[in-house]
Structures are given as C-alpha cells and as structure tokens.
Design a binder for this molecule. Sequence first.
Ligand code: FES
Length: 181
Amino acid sequence: MSHGPSAPAQAHGGAHAHHVPYVPVFTDGSARLKELKDIISRYPDKRAALLPALWMVQQERGWISEDAMREVGDQLGCTAAYVKGVVTFYTMYHQHPVGKHFIQVCTTSPCLCAGADDVVKAFLEHTGCKELGLTSPDGKYTVIEVECLGACGFATPVQINEDYVESVTPEKVPGILAGLK
Ligand code: FES
C-alpha cells in the first residue's frame, strides 16, 4: 500500500505559542510550602489539601495553569488529570489569566428584571473590557456574568474577587471601580 499524502500541517491555535517558563509556587523553604505542609499534616490523605493548594496557586499567580496543576499533583501525590478535574469542577478557579479585579455580575432572572444587563454594560464600558470574559488591555479587569449570588433582594449584586457589592446600578459603577486597589 502506498502511503497517503503527507500528513496535514499541524494546526496551531494561536499565531505564536509563547513559552514563559513556569515558576513553581511551592519551592523549598517558601512560606507557601510551609503553609501547604501544615494543611497536609492535619489530614490522613494528602489530597484533602487540594482545594487550599489550588487556592494558594491562584492567589500567587492569578490563575491555575497546566504546569501549576502538575506542580500541585506532585505535591499531593495525584495526577495532573485528577487535579484538572477538580479545577474544572469549581468555577472559582481560573484556567486562564484574568484581570487583577475579577468582576462577576449576577444576571439570573430576578437581577435581570432589576436591570443587571445595564450594570454589565456599564462595567464593560468603564473597564475597557471589550467583551464578557476578556481582560482589559491594562490587565486590570475581567467581567463575567454569573448565576444567582444569593443576594436577590439587593439587585444587582456584584462579586469582585472575594468582595461583594450589593444594589449596584450603572451610575455606581465608576465609583466602585475607582475604589478598587
Ligand atoms: S438572582 Fe441575582 S442574586 Fe439571586
């Protein structure tokens, strides 16, 4: 049998894959490694420290890369695939770089009826984020829509990193952004 035409050229997702070397979070002698070991010591199974370990990575790096998943897996004696399964299950973990301020606006029906759409628009406009999920050119903001934040009586609630702001209206958006550090 003759061999067929040459294999199709490999399709690349992006124009260029820039390879920034991964800097581990849990390096020997680091405070983070100590923190992780303290947590591990409290449980019979190292994997119990998985969620806090991921949280530490995200606090340090802003998101959780595949390299970070491998690092965490190595620390906790599980595979990177197992770690990835956990990362993808929880929406609080970012698998892509996000802005310094991660802005989540509730757009579930009760908030939508109260004008959440306009709040989203105001955040997109004032942050310079072109679209939901994209990061502003200055790297400061990412805006996404989320499901009910449990504050339906205070429409529209917005979560910015770990903080909540209630009763947000489009008019309040510039002031809220100005107050972010
Ligand atoms: S529907 Fe928006 S907080 Fe519940």
